[in-house]
Design a protein around this ligand. Structure first.
Ligand code: PEP
Ligand code: MG
Length: 581
């Protein structure tokens, strides 16, 4: 049994067999070969090398016949690599002396060759690295290893263990079989984490290097509540987790009873609790968990889940599906927030040294009207089907907001001229995600219909902490006093101007922090759907006065850790049922 620690990013516990993916996304079978099996393993390797050699030779001849000798030479270079005596010496040594399987040895050695070539920072040699990976995949294929992305071909439940997942890879995990995942890198506020919550997949990220220590048939426990991953658990541990699972199920059943009750404090102060979604299909979970509306629809996932660029009609159909399913409840559609860690298969920007400070979000949309216009047209068209509101992300300057609003006006005029049904007077809001927007909020409130604080980015930009970086995860704290002061300022300015304010960052999904937010004057929150029942339970268990006392005390504390400990203690006092583990 091996216990590993990482960052808990998506709650719940999952237990199942490990599916280990290396950086290229395929399995590394890592099991010890018994001494008597070594000769057989070496002959399996020889057969695989012969097969790949024959295939490469055939490709060389075919290509030379069609495209000339020099093009055919590409394969000659691969053949030379394949027959490199040093490569074979190392593979044999690993199998004979290290007891490694042929597939594992191939994967390890060729992976290292490719990484060494890439590190040389020479574009010609980087291309050779791709040749090495190609040989590796072909050899693995002949050694009986699945070399295409197996995530799309699963047939049994698994826990995915991998170096990293992009937000789109996470979004495309097959929910029928993937029970949870663990990654070596990644931080608490990254979009991989957010998508995991949306999919209700327990996840632990930022564990550091551990894939090498996972054997072929390891059972894994992912404890997404506490950030623990257990490899090959013993029976006592398995039983303990099974009991925990039953307690959690019990709690979920009791919380489900609150679904149709309002989110009001014991002294009848009403809160609006809405849900965050990335995909139309999540609407079912929102309704099941009692969401009053959609407070944040992250539309960029339409791009991230497909290799094709979505058309205006694709946007329209997706929005219409959400709006109709919500049956008159409000739906806040956030315009594209692409860039930084949300980049599709077709990058829209050149590689940037600091992508989170670069061409992302509204900046990218304004720079690419060919991207932005179809979305806005679709949005105005979908707005005739229900209560749709539009929200711009990462607004930093007044000029950005004005440009975006102007574009909406022009598009409404175009649609009117073309006689296409649309809604012209759609409510327009902005996300407050950068300190500059908070500082200028008294000006912004004059030009928007509503505000929503995106604490995920606000924390990142206030504390200068990359939200996806495990190395600084301990600094990424939404309870930091500096963040709380910015939120307090937003509440004050929005209140004075009479502009509705909501919070749609992950901060509100923590029941203890939600009490603090209510005490600070927040009356509307949008959360991942599965966080709604717990937060509603917390709110229904306290009075406004109790929340205000909590906020007043928390605002006197000087460190995020002290604030969180205090909030947890209060939650334990007022809502002990929620402290499960
Ligand atoms: C936020 O930044 O808080 C937010 C809700 O937007 P995202 O997480 O998609 O950046
Ligand atoms: Mg954001």
């Amino acid at each position: 049994m091996l216990e590993l620690h990482g960052i808990p990013v998506s709650p719940g516990v999952a237990i199942g067999p490990a599916l280990v993916l290396n950086r290229e996304g395929y399995r590394i079978p890592h099991f010890q070969i018994a001494p008597e099996g070594v000769d057989e393993e070496i002959s399996r390797l020889r057969v695989a090398v012969d097969e790949v050699s024959r295939a490469l030779e055939a490709s060389r001849l075919e290509t030379a016949a069609i495209a000339g000798d020099s093009t055919g030479e590409i394969f000659a270079a691969q053949l030379q690599m394949l027959h490199d005596p040093r490569l074979h010496a190392e593979l044999q040594r690993r199998i004979r002396q290290g007891g490694q399987s042929a597939a594992y040895a191939v994967s390890q050695v060729l992976h290292r060759y490719a990484s060494d070539l890439r590190r040389l920072d020479n574009s010609l040699l980087a291309q050779r690295a791709d040749d090495v990976v190609d040989i590796e995949q072909q050899l693995l294929h002949h050694l009986g290893v699945v070399t295409r992305r197996p995530l799309t071909e699963l047939t049994d439940p698994v826990i995915v263990l991998t170096h990293n997942l992009t937000p789109s890879e996470t979004a495309n995990l097959d929910r029928r079989y993937v029970r949870g995942f663990c990654t070596e890198i990644g931080g608490p506020g990254g979009h991989m984490a957010i998508v995991a919550k949306g999919l209700e997949l327990p996840a632990v990220v930022g564990i550091g290097e551990f894939l090498e220590s996972v054997g072929g048939a390891t059972t894994v426990i992912v404890d997404g509540d506490r950030g623990i991953v257990i490899l090959d658990p013993d029976n006592d541990t398995l039983q303990r987790y099974e009991e925990g699972r039953q307690r959690r199920q019990h709690l979920a059943l009791r919380l489900a009873e609150l679904r149709d009750l309002p989110a009001t404090t014991v002294d009848d102060v009403a809160l609006s609790l809405n849900a965050n979604i990335e995909f139309p299909h999540e609407v079912g979970a929102c309704l099941e968990h009692g969401a009053g509306g959609i407070g944040l629809y992250r539309t960029e996932f339409l791009y991230l889940s497909s290799d094709e660029e979505p058309s205006e009609q694709d946007h329209y159909l997706a929005y219409r599906e959400v709006v109709e399913a919500m049956q008159g409840r409000p739906v806040v559609i956030r315009t594209l927030d692409l860039g930084a860690d949300k980049m599709g298969s077709r990058p829209l920007t050149e590689p940037e040294p600091n992508p989170f400070l670069g061409l992302r979000s509204i900046r990218l949309s304004l720079k690419h009207p060919e991207l932005f216009r179809p979305q806005l047209r679709a949005l105005l068209r979908a707005a005739v089907h229900g209560d749709v509101r539009v929200m711009f992300p990462l607004i930093t300057t007044l000029s950005e907001l004005r440009q975006a609003k102007m574009l909406i006006n022009t598009i409404a005029e175009d649609l009117a001229e073309q006689g296409i049904a649309h809604r012209r007077d759609i409510p327009i809001g902005m996300m407050v995600e950068v300190p500059a927007a908070v500082l200028m909020l008294d000006r912004f409130v004059k030009e928007v219909d509503f505000l929503s604080i995106g604490t995920n980015d606000l924390v990142q930009y206030t504390l200068a902490v990359d939200r996806s970086n495990e190395c600084v995860a301990d600094l990424y704290q939404s309870s930091d006093p500096a963040v709380l002061r910015l939120i307090a300022r937003c509440v004050e300015v929005a209140g004075q101007a009479g502009v509705p304010l909501s919070i749609c960052g992950e901060m509100g999904s923590n029941p203890a922090r939600s009490l603090l937010l209510v005490g600070m004057g927040v009356r509307s929150m949008s959360l991942p759907p599965n966080a709604l029942p717990k937060v509603k339970k917390a709110i229904r268990s306290v009075s406004l006065q109790q929340c205000e006392k909590i906020a007043a005390r928390a605002m006197t504390l000087e460190a995020a850790r002290d604030i969180d400990l205090y909030l947890l203690e209060r939650l334990g006092k007022f809502v002990p049922e929620l402290i499960v583990s």
